[in-house]
Write a protein that binds this ligand. Structure first.
Ligand code: KMH
Ligand code: ZN
Length: 276
């Protein structure tokens, strides 16, 4: 059982509209403030999607570079860029994200129905992402939306080798309509198929947030929380800010006697190069 808990904040995502969710951080200032406050509470990784001037999701390379630079300057968080983007983003744009030079990037292990949409991740695209990250020294977080995607991860590692940093870290994204359910049973089913030595975090979408958080902690896993994944704190109570979700995760981690990992501890755990 890990002695500490890695807490990732995923503050924005690509799915919610600012008009519907005013507390969503969409500008660089809002994102940096969220990052600083999340770090002060105990987060060690930030999973980043950026928005354009109209608050729409974008993979604009200039904005991504500016965001990576600002987060590095103003926090010591591990900066993880999303290569998932929005379901409408073309593969070429998703690959280009790596040119912004983050510490980590997400790398999804297969195609999944995503509500009424399809989140497309072809095998050849997965291989391209994985190998470009190896070449650039970017540490992947393998996103798993369904059990079979862990089989794809084994195939990827067998055929194309370990990721940059040599450590395998997986994030179980549970409760997406079209993916695996956000239940303790589904989480436990995934554990059997994790690669040897891998660490995992888990996040539950919407009402799956709490069951998944508690199941992950009790199974020795790490946590991802944030408004990318849930905009409701409790029944009838919208999330007021990402900090509310990070604070709750930190509280549960402390109760489990696995306090939050510092960013330096998280770097050592994940195989991310030390800063500087
Ligand atoms: N927005 C989803 C389509 C990732 O960041 O890598 C994909 C996603 C996963 O959020
Ligand atoms: Zn994401």
């Amino acid at each position: 059982m890990a002695a500490t808990t890695l807490i990732t904040v995923a503050p924005t995502g690509a799915e919610s509209a600012k008009a519907d969710v005013p507390a969503l951080p969409v500008t660089l200032d809002e994102l940096v403030t969220t990052a600083r406050e999340s770090a002060a509470l105990g987060a060690s990784v930030i999973h980043v999607h950026v928005r354009d001037a109209e608050a729409q999701p974008t993979l604009d390379l200039g904005r991504l570079r500016e965001t990576v630079a600002a987060l590095r300057e103003q926090t010591d968080l591990i900066v993880q860029l999303s290569t998932g983007g929005a379901v409408t983003d073309p593969e070429a744009d998703r690959l280009r994200v790596l040119e912004a030079g983050p510490d980590m990037a997400s790398c999804t292990m297969g195609t999944v129905n995503f509500g009424a949409d399809v989140f497309l991740n072809r095998w050849e695209f997965i291989v391209e992402l994985h190998t470009r990250m190896q070449e650039r020294g970017i540490v992947p977080e393998y996103e798993i939306f369904d059990l079979g995607q862990l089989t794809t991860l084994h195939r990827l590692l067998d055929k194309h080798g370990l990721p940059a940093g040599g450590h395998v870290h997986v994030d179980l994204v549970m409760g997406v309509p079209g993916g695996m359910p956000g239940t303790a049973e589904a989480l436990v089913a995934c554990l059997r198929d994790l690669p040897d030595g891998a660490t995992f975090s888990a996040t539950g979408i919407g009402r799956a947030t709490l069951p998944v958080l508690l199941a992950s902690l009790s199974a020795g896993g790490h946590l991802r929380v944030g408004m990318e994944d849930t905009i409701t704190y409790a029944k009838g109570q919208p999330v007021e800010s990402n900090m509310q979700l990070v604070a709750r995760a930190v509280g549960f981690a402390r109760l489990a006697q696995r306090p939050p990992a510092t960013p330096d501890e998280a770097r050592a755990l994940l195989g991310v190069k030390p800063r500087g």
